[in-house]
Design a protein around this ligand. Sequence first.
Ligand code: NDP
Ligand code: MG
Ligand code: MG
Length: 341
Amino acid sequence: TTEIYYDDDADVSTLEDDTVAVLGYGSQGHAHALNLDDSGVDVVVGLREDSSSRSAAEADGLEVTTPAEAVAQATYVSVLVPDTVQPAVYENAIAPNLEAGDTLQFAHGLNIHYNQITPPEDVDVTMIAPKSPGHLVRRNYENDEGTPGLLAVYQDTTGDAHERALAYGKAIGCTRAGVVETTFREETETDLFGEQAVLCGGIASLIKTGYETLVDAGYSPEMAYFECMNEMKLIVDLMYEGGLGAMWDSVSDTAEYGGLTRGDDVVDEAVRENMEEVLEEVQNGEFTREWVLENQAGRPSYNQLREAEKSHEIEEVGERLRELFAWEEAEAETEDSEEED
Ligand code: NDP
Ligand code: MG
Ligand code: MG
């Protein structure tokens, strides 16, 4: 069974002699740095000279220096710049300043698992990955609530890698909710598969294909938008709260019978085989090779795909309809301004 760790399993004072370098002050970086600081851990933020995040970190009362200088000062390095820039930041700023016994920590396993970063043998390599965007990691901490997280140890040279990672997980509030033990391989491969096959890729294609099927059959784009896109949130909210059971319980018997009999006709054996292929390209590194090359080439296909997605008819219809339903927008704006407080 899977190990789950809570506050009682961890001790923040494990890090009392450490300085943690938080590299990056974006979604995760700002949350980790502020939570660590509030937990009494010594923090220095590493940002490039012309960084647009510098003023925010300074305004939040944190010490800011360059990534290289931060790593040199630190004994614990938390790499929270975007995954695509991590290899360059590692080469230029981290590697030259790492010392034996330091900890190198990530919030996602991609660069270690696919050998885009190869750390020396004399440092610990760990992962604490909150399962939520950074602004919630911060907000939950401030509300004395937790954010579930993952912990993995890739390399343990000090013998303390696990205990130290748990202490970090506690300091950012993850052990309040629960920290699940995993491996770099499992975290990376399930994350990539999930976002490609189900969450981002799968669901966007399901919505677009459903929409197109209705519109091609002569139904109005507005109706197609509501049925295939807008109602998705209501259904997902139910699943989030109580699993598939809560969803089936809440919809009509007609919807339940129709869904139970037709769902597997839509997502059939062929789709399962497609998913297996997607998983294989994740496992054998083909996807990551493609993505690394795409970045090296300046993202030509990525930019093209982004543009095509933006101009899909469902986006134009949606924009128009969301404007008509002004109450939704007003609600969203209230939530946003609350977040900034
Ligand atoms: P962000 O995109 O929010 O990070 C942006 C930060 O990185 C900014 O401070 C930016 O500063 C800095 N930065 C960007 N490029 C460089 C560079 N070349 N050199 C130095 N600093 C740079 O990252 P996330 O927080 O989204 O992701 C960080 C890690 O956390 C990733 O490994 C990600 O997979 C993981 N993760 C993210 C989650 C999320 O919800 N976002 C959830 C769980 C894990 P500047 O102004 O200089 O550009
Ligand atoms: Mg150092
Ligand atoms: Mg992901």
